[in-house]
Design a protein around this ligand. Structure first.
Ligand code: ATP
Length: 316
């Protein structure tokens, strides 16, 4: 048995933080702004499928990725989004707070959200690191955390907040959405990749002059009523055609889900994961079994939303 790593006296205790993955229940895409970003009108929903990060002070600044979706494509250096969040806290507050606890912070990521699937796993890690890092330096206002999250990426502010929310701008201007009950989703991951910039590029080719975007009122009404049929009739993702033209086999997965009784097959963000809306928990189980046996589906994962945003789960 190896000897336990010595902990320096006075070193703060590790802190564990959980942050959700997400699905875009609706994704409307408009024109491009001066910086080359598309105007979005999206409805995010936080999912039970979540990442857990443990921040361990007094280490060497290492990152360990473990769990179901740990793989070599997740960077463990300074480009890791959790590390970027900690580095941003250090650079922002070094002048007026003691941030030494964040220097040499080891980070363990329990990766339960599929990587590069359009479910915001990396952004969830950033949100979790912001919450844990803020806790270790004595706490921060939610408005300050929001602004830091925006600097890291457009999905990070929502994953801090969780629940269900409209995202405008690049997705970072949030307003909460009323929902009733839990929505049951089956997320079908796929073996191949889809690059986000490539999907938006294809969208531009297919839609040279997009209309200004707004979230349809029927989507909000259905969410407020917990009306899954209403939601299925009104929600959609403007990137679908672009994603399917790059990966035509995803159309077969969507069709298989429809045939299996899914109320709505929905591209998750820019894909390639497809989310299927189920009527209830039992329906989700039936769908997952059928989808798991479908060609082109790597895994069919059951989850529900809305779920909580990034929050501390354990402090030892
Ligand atoms: P998005 O839809 O925001 O483009 P995604 O949800 O499809 O992202 P992520 O799992 O967040 O996909 O990862 C996208 C890429 O970000 C990965 O391929 C990886 O190179 C990089 N990355 C950086 N930090 C992380 C992290 N902590 N976890 C996962 N990926 C990370």
């Amino acid at each position: 048995m190896s000897a336990p790593t010595p902990v320096r006296p006075g070193t703060p205790a590790p802190v564990s933080v959980r942050a959700p993955g997400k699905i875009n229940v609706h994704l409307g895409v408009g024109g491009v702004d001066d910086d080359g970003y598309h105007a979005l009108a999206t409805v995010f929903q936080a999912l039970g499928l979540s990442e857990t990060l443990t921040l361990i002070p007094g280490g060497t600044g290492s990152i360990l990725v473990q769990g179901r979706y740990a793989d070599d494509s997740v960077p463990v250096g300074e480009s890791n989004l959790a590390r970027r969040a900690i580095d941003l806290l250090i650079s922002t507050f070094a002048a007026d707070r003691d941030v030494s606890v964040l220097q040499g912070l080891d980070i363990v990521i329990d990766k339960q959200v599929p990587v590069a699937g359009g479910m915001g796993g990396g952004s969830a890690d950033a949100a979790a690191a912001l919450v844990g890092g803020a806790h270790l330096i004595g706490g921060l206002d939610s408005a300050v955390l929001h602004d830091l999250a925006v600097e890291i990426g457009a999905d990070v502010p929502f994953l801090l907040r969780g629940g269900t929310a409209i995202g405008h701008g690049r997705g970072e201007r949030l307003s909460p959405v009323l929902t009733r009950g839990q929505f049951h989703w089956v997320m079908a991951t796929s073996a191949g990749q889809l690059s986000t910039p490539e999907v938006y590029g294809r969208f531009d080719d297919l839609t040279p002059d997009p209309d200004p975007v707004e979230v349809p009122a029927e989507v909000l009404k259905a969410l407020a009523a917990g009306d899954v049929d209403g939601l299925a009739g009104a929600a959609g993702n403007d990137l679908t055609e672009a994603a399917l033209s790059l990966r035509p086999e995803l159309a077969e997965v969507m069709e298989a889900g429809r045939e299996a009784g899914a109320l709505l097959p929905l591209l998750s963000g820019s894909g390639p994961t497809i989310g299927f809306l189920a009527r209830d928990a039992r329906h989700a189980l039936d769908l997952a079994v059928l989808l798991q046996a479908t060609r082109g589906v790597k895994e069919a994962l059951r989850t529900t939303g809305p779920a909580a945003g990034a929050h501390i789960v354990h402090e030892s």
